[in-house]
Design a protein around this ligand. Structure first.
Ligand code: GDP
Length: 457
């Protein structure tokens, strides 16, 4: 079923929820939204909230009218509120007991518990924001680095919606030019006219592709970089991991095969998270657990964004080092020659074009360069965080679908096919793009998006 956003406000029941985390804190905030927000809040809060957007002090009352806290309250008159409805916020002391009491008092007065994301869902349905902005709210809450937060804030401000709308607007105006041709007999359309319109369509397809392409960087904002440390046993993978983390998370021993399973740890490198996966050493495994461990490390290398292949520089490369090198050559990778405190006997030419760094994990020298190199390989400092970097796989895949249809229209029309066939592809692309902003999105998509929110948001 298709949900079309109602820009006209509709009658809505009144919902309430605690908007702050369920933990002891200085302040706890309760949100109320819906047609009866004012009356319901008045029954629970003694302050005079009749003037919208004015914070006032007052008593919080339990459902039997007892004072349970002194705090502040504010009322927002529709449509000038987050949800677009009459809304109120109560600022209590952050005791979970107080918040529970005030909340049940609000329920007693006629509100009902808000579902996860229901405030933002109402904001979306009331036309206060498009779907990209609603999704940016979750991204902002989830963001763990300043760049991710900045990008999400810009998207919340509508930046991404604008980019999508710009492509849609171009397609709409191209479609209008096509309509002029629909009534022409097909052979009367000049090839130069066909080429001109096709070129305009290709430009739109390129814009969609470029925007979708930002997701590979945006995913790094959102999820960080997965780094698999691979190499034969005893080259110093665990020591490198520990040196990077400054802890003793991975067991370091000189008995081969101690890291049987994979160990995952995260560290922050400036504005991105690095998820380091220490894998079992590559070698012929004698025991079943080791064989499993090695399978897992091969899988980790496959799933990682980058492979860090570690070698013991103090001894000549053996067949397992060569296997490591093969894995590294088949992936985005960085080679690390470890144990340079013992001197290096490896001939660097075996690494070919792969980036190589020499370190001593034991002395913790050169290890920072490993992190810096990874960030450099992913161009972390150049990722734009102005809201035009996609962080959401839904946006990227939808844009790819739109691009396909636009290109199909361009190929077909440029190649002499009927104008009305090309128009149907353009219209399909416009529809697909509107799934991103939510102007026409399946309710399953919308439900899925809002189910990822927390209660109170
Ligand atoms: P892994 O099996 O690849 O994880 O290797 P470990 O990190 O467990 O290290 C194996 C052995 O090499 C341990 O005895 C470490 O102390 C030693 N080792 C690791 N890195 C260095 C290094 O940079 N220099 C020296 N001299 N020894 C190291």
């Amino acid at each position: 079923m298709l949900i079309t956003r109602a820009v006209i406000l509709f009658m809505s029941d009144t919902i309430a929820a605690v908007a702050t985390p369920p933990a002891k804190s200085a302040i706890g905030i309760i949100r109320i939204s819906g047609d009866n927000a004012f009356e319901i809040t008045k029954k629970v809060f003694s302050g005079d909230i009749s003037e919208p957007r004015k914070m006032v002090t007052g008593k919080m009352l339990s459902e039997i009218g007892e004072v349970c806290d002194y705090g502040m309250g504010v009322f927002f008159k529709a449509p000038a509120s987050f949800t677009g409805e009459d809304s109120a916020e109560l600022y209590c002391h952050g005791s979970t007991a107080v918040l529970r009491t005030v909340l049940s008092s609000l329920f007693h007065a006629g509100a009902r518990p808000a579902a996860a994301g229901e405030f933002t869902r109402r904001a979306f349905l009331n036309g206060k924001m498009d779907l990209t902005q609603a999704e940016a709210v979750i991204d902002l809450i989830d963001s763990e680095t300043e760049l991710a937060a900045k990008n999400a804030a810009e998207q919340m401000n509508g930046r991404l919606g604008c980019e999508i709308s710009a492509i849609s607007a171009s397609l709409t105006s191209i479609a209008a030019e096509f309509y002029a041709f629909v009534d022409y007999p097909d052979d009367e359309i000049e090839q130069t006219e066909r080429d001109e319109l096709a070129a305009k369509l290709y430009a739109c397809a390129d814009s969609a592709k470029a925007l979708a392409g930002t997701y590979s960087s945006g995913r790094i904002f959102r999820e960080g970089i997965r780094v698999a440390l691979i190499g034969r046993p005893n080259v110093g993978k665990s020591s490198l991991l520990n040196a990077l983390l400054g802890t003793e998370r991975s067991i370091v021993t000189d008995i081969e095969g101690t890291t049987r399973d994979t160990v995952e740890e995260s560290l922050r490198a400036g504005n991105v998270a690095l998820h380091l996966i220490d894998t079992a050493g590559l070698r012929n495994a004698d025991t079943e657990p080791e064989r499993l461990g090695i399978k897992r490390s091969e899988a980790a290398a496959r799933d990682a964004d980058i492979v860090v292949a570690v070698f013991d520089g103090s001894s000549p490369l053996d067949e397992y080092d060569m296997q490591t090198l093969d894995l590294a050559k088949g992936a985005r990778s960085l080679c690390v020659i470890n144990k340079n405190d013992l001197g290096t006997v490896i001939d660097r030419s075996v690494f070919g074009d792969l980036p190589v760094i020499e370190i001593s994990a034991k002395l913790n020298t050169g290890t920072r360069a490993v992190v810096d190199k990874i960030c450099e390989i992913f161009n972390v400092s150049d990722i734009p965080c102005d809201g035009r970097t996609l962080t959401n796989p839904r946006h990227a895949s939808t844009l790819n679908r739109a691009e396909e249809r636009i290109r199909a229209a361009a190929d077909a029309f440029g190649g002499g096919i009927y104008a009305d066939l090309a128009v149907s592809d353009i219209e399909a692309a416009i529809n697909i793009l509107s799934e991103i902003t939510g102007n026409s999105a399946q309710d399953t998509i919308i439900n899925e998006i809002f189910s990822r929110f927390c209660v109170g948001k």
